[in-house]
Structure formats: structure tokens, C-alpha cells
Design a binder for this molecule. Structure first.
Ligand SMILES: Cc1ncc(COP(=O)(O)O)c(C=O)c1O
Length: 348
């Protein structure tokens, strides 16, 4: 992709910072499958402390972190309760079903990212009847990507965890962008994820590391997840070279996330003033925003292609929505130019 493009498809397009590259070049490494990579060990300790959990595990991707959590928490064939718009449900290649024989019990996500309370209660209560699978896990997502980076509060997470516990199951948090949620709430990651039995958070999105996510939880949970990571092919040997960038991500890239949120709001405000764009700027809470075209007959792929010709990249979805994600490297000027390009693309 030409670097001249303003790339708002995702925060996964962020590049490692110069400090990360320097740290990677000089990282001390060893065989992590033997537990002998000092840089990975340091990252795992830092991540556990940052998340307020006993232990943490470095995994190559968010999807592997979530899948390892499901395989660790659940017996084979246990159903998992997930949001209908959850990444785990839609975008992880059916990992829970394919690898653990786990049926999904999808609960409708409401526009604010929360789960429909009646459907949630009904799904968590399943498993008594002989026709039903035992239910092994509640999975929640914060921020909720496909609802527009919406933030679930600590109180909300506490309620979900308590509900899950009442039905005898743990709660896993897909916190790919949990740092964004914590920043929006003005609290630490540890405070946010305290209610979750386990949490996955990504280093490779808004925090700019080239590779990697962390899975955190109790000592016993992480010890078993380490075995599952090996099963999934995630035992990575001298991956301290990658962990070095992760340490920089946790130390240096968290505090700047509110800048991304301000730019998303800036873009939303622009879009709110463009006739032909349908958006509610008031629901933009973090670095993700969705909008749609007031002219529903306009093909979204055609619009994003016109926008790309203007030098701006965004993601179109089959439901007619278009997503923009702000991140490190995007400036206020780029946002202003992106908004002008959107206005031009509407008539292209
Ligand atoms: C909410 C959410 N969870 C999990 C993931 C998976 O992360 P990865 O792409 O590192 O597998 C993503 C990726 O975009 C995500 O948005």
C-alpha cells in the first residue's frame, strides 16, 4: 500500500516505532519453549502486572489468545456464550467449534456494545436439559469493535462476571482494544479487567507492536494455556525479538491512545456536517467509527474504491456500513483531508 495513503482501515496497519526497532535489534533471546527467553519472560511479567492478574502468556495473535482461552476454560463440546457481533463469533474462523467442538450461543449485541439481557440470561441458563450442551464460558468484548468501538464499563463487566459465576462459569474478556476502553473511562487496564477471569489484549493494534497479544489470568490458567498454545503451534522459540517491541508498546504507547480517540471524534464531527453521510457523532467513544451512505442504493464497495482513488482507505462491510479507525501516525490534518475526500467520493 503506498505510504501516501491515509490508511484508516484498521489500527492493525500501524508500524513498529523506531524505539521498537532498536529494542528488537538488541533484544536478549533464548528458547521460550524451555522458558529461557529473558525478554519474553520480562514481557509476560510486565503484562501480568499491567493487567492486575497473576500471570500472562505471549501469543502470536489476538485470535490465538482467544482460542487458547476457550480451549483452556472449556471441556470439549462445551458451548460458549458470545455476542452476535463478537470477533470470537464472526472473525476467528470458527476456532472454538473447529478445535474444541464448542457450539456458539450468540446473544444479540445492542448498539452500545452490551448484550441483550434477556437473551444472555437465557443462554447462560442452558445446559440443564438433556437436549442442550453444557455451557462452559461467557465471552465479552471491550471495546466492542463492530458496534463502533463502544466501551463497556467496569460495572457492566462486573455484572456479566457475576451472572456467569452464578451459572458456574468463568468470563473471558476479548480485550483486543481494552487499553482504548480503559483510556476512554480514565482508569487503568487492571481496574477495567478485574472482573474477568481471563483477558486477551493486543500489542499489535493501537500500541503499534508488529506482532503479538497477551493472555492473562491465574497461574493455573496460564500454565494450562501455555500447553494449549503449544498445541496451536504458538511455541515460538527466540521470539524475544518480538516481545522486545511488546515491552515498548506497554511502556510507551498506552498513554497516547486518547489522541486517537480525539481524532475519531474529529472525523465524526466532520462527517456529521457532510450531507449524504449518515452518522451519529455522539456515539464515537474510542478510535473506531462507523458511518453509512444516506443513499442506500450506492454500492459500498464502489464508494470505498472511489475513496481509495482519493488516497483514503476505509473498510466497507456487507451490511452497508463503512468503518474508519484512527491510530498512531494519523494526524489532524490527515483527518481533515480524509473528510474532504469523503465528500468528493460521494459524487464520484
Ligand atoms: C475485537 C477483536 N478481537 C480479536 C482480534 C484478533 O486479533 P488478531 O488479528 O491479532 O488475531 C481482533 C482483530 O482485529 C479484534 O478486533
Amino acid at each position: 500500500m503506498p505510504t501516501s495513503h491515509i490508511d484508516l482501515r484498521s489500527d492493525t496497519v500501524t508500524l513498529p516505532t523506531p524505539t521498537m526497532r532498536q529494542a528488537m535489534a538488541t533484544a536478549e533471546v533464548g528458547d521460550d519453549v524451555y522458558g529461557e527467553d529473558p525478554t519474553i519472560n520480562a514481557l509476560e511479567e510486565l503484562a501480568a502486572t499491567t493487567a492486575g492478574k497473576d500471570a500472562a502468556l505471549f501469543v502470536p495473535s489476538g485470535a490465538m489468545g482467544n482460542t487458547a482461552a476457550i480451549l483452556t476454560h472449556c471441556r470439549r463440546g462445551d458451548a460458549i456464550v458470545v455476542g452476535s457481533l463478537a470477533h470470537i463469533y464472526i472473525y476467528e474462523v470458527g476456532g472454538a467449534a473447529r478445535l474444541n467442538g464448542s457450539p456458539y450461543l450468540p446473544v444479540p449485541n445492542l448498539p452500545d456494545g452490551t448484550l441483550d439481557p434477556a437473551a444472555l440470561a437465557s443462554c447462560l441458563g442452558m445446559g440443564e436439559d438433556i437436549h442442550e450442551s453444557h455451557v462452559g464460558l461467557l465471552c465479552v468484548e471491550d471495546t466492542q469493535n463492530m458496534c463502533g468501538g463502544r466501551v463497556l464499563s467496569v460495572a457492566q463487566l462486573r455484572d456479566y462476571a457475576a451472572l456467569a459465576a452464578r451459572h458456574g462459569m468463568p468470563m473471558h474478556l476479548d480485550g483486543a482494544r481494552a487499553f482504548n476502553a480503559a483510556a476512554a473511562l480514565g482508569i487503568s487496564l487492571a481496574e477495567l479487567v478485574a472482573p474477568a477471569t481471563s483477558v486477551m489484549f493486543c500489542l499489535s493494534k493501537g500500541l503499534c507492536a508488529p506482532v503479538g497479544s497477551m493472555l492473562a489470568g491465574s497461574q493455573d490458567f496460564i500454565a494450562e494455556a501455555r500447553r494449549v498454545r503449544k498445541l496451536l503451534g504458538g511455541g515460538m522459540r527466540q521470539a524475544g525479538i518480538l516481545a522486545a517491541a511488546g515491552i515498548v508498546a506497554l511502556r510507551e504507547m498506552v498513554d497516547r491512545l486518547p489522541e486517537d480517540h480525539a481524532l475519531a471524534r474529529r472525523l465524526a464531527d466532520h462527517l456529521g456536517n457532510i450531507p449524504g453521510i449518515a452518522i451519529d457523532p455522539t456515539v464515537v467513544e474510542t478510535n473506531i467509527l462507523f458511518f453509512s451512505l444516506a443513499d442506500a442504493s450506492r454500492d459500498v464497495a464502489d464508494f470505498t474504491a472511489a475513496l481509495a482513488r482519493e488516497g483514503v482507505l476505509m473498510s466497507g462491510f456487507p451490511d452497508g456500513r463503512i468503518r474508519a479507525v484512527t491510530h498512531y501516525g494519523i494526524t489532524a490534518d490527515a483527518i481533515d483531508r480524509a473528510a474532504a475526500a469523503i465528500a468528493r467520493s460521494l459524487v464520484a
